[in-house]
Design a protein around this ligand. Structure first.
Ligand SMILES: C[S@@+](CC[C@H](N)C(=O)[O-])C[C@H]1O[C@@H](n2cnc3c(N)ncnc32)[C@H](O)[C@@H]1O
Length: 254
């Protein structure tokens, strides 16, 4: 792997796990609200290492396309699809969620988990998700939000530890983005941080992936001084962070 200080996502692709707040439990809630079934044709934007896309193909037998801007993520996703025996029903492609390479109204459902949070032009991404969804279909997002206006140093700290360059919206901000893309009947579930929900991540990945993440992180820590420096700068979360930072599922209909 190249210098881990270059990219937070490059590091995640290397250890083989990506994440969003709320873990697997929140993925299942998102899926339920999007009414996914066997006949659903689904697009996942910012699919990371492909865990949700492969789960959907396996659990529901539906056809899934996963896109991510990172080639390394797409390579991990393809490996996962092979490993999980779903390579015939899942297709992964490198693509920018701001400029989706699909025709209008192609998909029944478009989802994204902790992707727009990292992109500056969120309206453009929601617009693209709505554009490629068929009329009557669903756009479902799980994204970070500020529950309350945070102190300025907290915003800076969060930018640093998770490389979140753009502003994180409030609930009203996210609702305006969905409304701005013409999505209607928006269902919202807001969440505060919960250790129990976060730990459902283990269930999402299973023992093999968690073990690989552990030993690759340990290997980097022992062998790579740049990685140690990177971790040292991210060891502590701001006090009271989760009084301010939460996340929400938004599901709107086209
Ligand atoms: C926090 S990770 C979440 C990954 C995955 N959704 C999950 O829940 O495990 C965010 C992902 O969004 C991808 N991403 C960031 N900007 C993107 C863009 N403009 N278009 C597509 N993917 C993007 C990153 O490469 C990364 O894989």
């Amino acid at each position: 792997m190249a210098d881990p200080e270059i990219s937070y996502f490059e590091l995640q692709a290397y250890v083989g796990t990506t994440k969003h707040m709320g873990g697997f439990e929140t993925t299942k809630a998102l899926i339920e609200l999007c009414h996914i079934g066997k006949d659903t044709y689904l697009l996942e934007i910012g699919c990371g290492v492909g865990a949700t896309a492969c789960y959907l193909a396996k659990k529901y037998g539906c056809r899934v396309v996963g896109v991510d801007i990172s080639e390394a993520m797409i390579a991990r996703s393809n490996e996962r699809a092979q490993r999980e025996g779903v390579e015939d029903s899942v297709e992964f492609r490198v693509a920018d969620a701001q400029d989706l390479p699909f025709e209008n109204a192609l998909f029944d459902v478009v989802i994204g988990e902790s992707v727009l949070t990292f992109i500056k032009d969120k309206q453009r991404v929601v617009g693209e998700c709505a554009r490629v969804t068929r009329p009557g279909g669903y756009v479902g997002l799980n994204e970070e939000l500020w529950i309350e206006t945070p102190p300025a140093p907290m915003v800076e700290h969060v930018r640093h530890i998770w490389d979140i360059k753009p502003d994180i919206p409030t609930l009203e901000g996210w609702m305006a983005l969905l409304g701005g893309a013409g999505l209607r009947d928006v269902v919202v579930r807001t969440y505060k941080f919960s250790t129990r929900r976060e730990s459902s991540q283990i269930q999402r990945y299973g023992f093999q992936d968690m073990w690989r993440m552990f030993y690759r992180t340990l290997f980097l820590y022992v062998k790579n001084p740049t990685f140690r420096k990177y971790m040292a700068g991210r060891r502590y979360l701001p006090k009271d962070l989760f009084e301010y930072l939460g996340y929400a599922i938004f599901v709107g209909r086209k």
